[in-house]
Ligand binder design. Structure first.
Ligand code: ADP
Ligand code: MN
Length: 363
């Protein structure tokens, strides 16, 4: 029976509050969540024939269920004698009254995940926030790139190709910059390697011969692919959001791309769309019950077998784009789309296009 294996802190967390954990194999993410965020995931999971909300599901991490801890985690001392057991070693840092979301870790499967969290929107306060907070957040929007452009870079990590550790730029940086500097940040996050043109893995020359390894960044041609894909994704996301009546406050786009050359090349030579058949995708839509069983172990109740197999043959990706963090997102009938969020997505589209054009000139 599938379970959440031992949890540990999420290593590749570039923004937000501490306390996010992953399953032992890194594929699942366990996030302490406010009721509003849980409600949001449940709404889109149950979207049924609501066409636009269904489309939004293409852009949100897979939602596996909700962990209701009810204070029991503290008493759990389960020690695994097989890989299906659970050892919730860090569970005690989670407030007992907070439920936790079990989500897909969208950085799972990347060898060197370069990750950027972009806070979207021009309005940074919830409609129910006290007046003082609203006034404060209006100032924050005004004094950062949020107000004018609808984006603020929260935090990001990039890998040097010769290093096993990512280089993290904290959110204070994104908060301090002006609109004019946004392209510089994009350049920092999507650096072109200055190393000699790399040898694709399936070419006749051996790639691990004497090719000097770059400090950081992907070769221009790969980066161009990444940016082309992400730009198309953003266009599609924008079209989806334009048809959804919601207010998203403090939500983000999470961009991940493969910073490992060899893996990045390989993703291009692999056949696409091999991950799931349509039928299996339907199965994935089922919400999975997460429970604590008689022995005090956390159990995922109803993952279909196909999903487990799919996990094993997890498809390596060149990049991915997700919408995350719905702690203050509301679906409001009659409200129309969130213009500030749309503005932010357009800003990202423009920034990526600009970067892509610059890289195209190097090819
Ligand atoms: P908060 O409400 O604390 O801001 P977020 O949902 O924004 O929480 O998550 C904080 C950070 O955790 C993100 O910046 C990202 O690095 C990581 N993260 C969140 N959700 C995922 C996910 N589904 N897959 C991978 N990483 C994630
Ligand atoms: Mn966040």
């Amino acid at each position: 029976r599938p379970t959440i294996a031992a949890t540990r802190p999420l290593a590749a967390q570039v923004g937000g509050h501490a306390g996010i954990e992953t399953s032992e194999d890194d594929s699942l993410l366990i996030k302490p969540a406010l009721p509003r965020e849980i409600e949001f995931y449940q709404r889109i999971a149950a979207a049924g024939d609501h066409e636009e909300l269904l489309k939004l599901r293409n852009w949100t991490p897979k939602f596996l269920g909700v962990l209701k801890l009810e204070g029991q985690l503290k008493d759990l001392n389960a020690v695994g004698d097989g890989n299906m057991e659970i050892v919730p070693v860090h569970g005690n840092i989670v407030p007992e009254d907070k439920e936790r979301l079990v989500l897909e870790n969208v950085a799972y499967g990347f060898v060197k995940p370069c990750i950027l969290d972009v806070k979207l929107g021009t309005v940074l306060y919830d409609q129910d926030a006290p007046p003082e907070k609203q006034a404060r957040m209006i100032k924050v929007a005004h004094n950062t790139t949020s107000g004018e452009t609808g984006v603020r870079f929260t935090g990001f990590q990039v890998y040097g190709n010769d290093s096993s550790e990512p280089i993290l730029t904290p959110k204070s940086y994104g908060r301090s910059i002006k609109k004019e500097q946004l392209p510089d940040v994009i350049e920092m996050f999507f650096p072109v390697s200055s190393a000699p043109y790399p040898t694709p893995p399936n070419s006749t020359e051996t790639s691990d011969s004497n090719v000097s390894k770059p400090q950081s960044g992907l070769p221009a041609i790969l980066l161009h692919c990444v940016l082309t894909t992400l730009q198309a994704d953003l266009e599609e996301l924008k079209a989806t959001i334009a048809n959804i009546e919601m207010r998203m406050v403090g939500g983000s786009i999470l961009i991940v791309y493969e910073g490992d050359w060899e893996r990045a090349w390989k993703t291009l030579s692999m056949p696409s769309g091999t991950a799931t058949s349509e039928e299996e995708e339907e199965d994935d839509d089922d919400e999975v019950e997460v429970e604590i069983d008689e022995n005090g172990q956390i159990v995922l109740e109803s993952i279909p077998d196909e999903a487990i197999e799919e996990e094993e043959e997890h498809q390596a990706l060149l990049c991915s784009l997700s919408l995350i963090d719905f702690a203050h997102t509301r679906l409001i009938d009659g409200a129309g789309p969130d213009e500030g969020v749309l503005k932010g997505i357009q800003t990202m589209i423009d920034l990526l296009r600009q970067r892509k054009d610059k890289i195209a000139a190097m090819l």
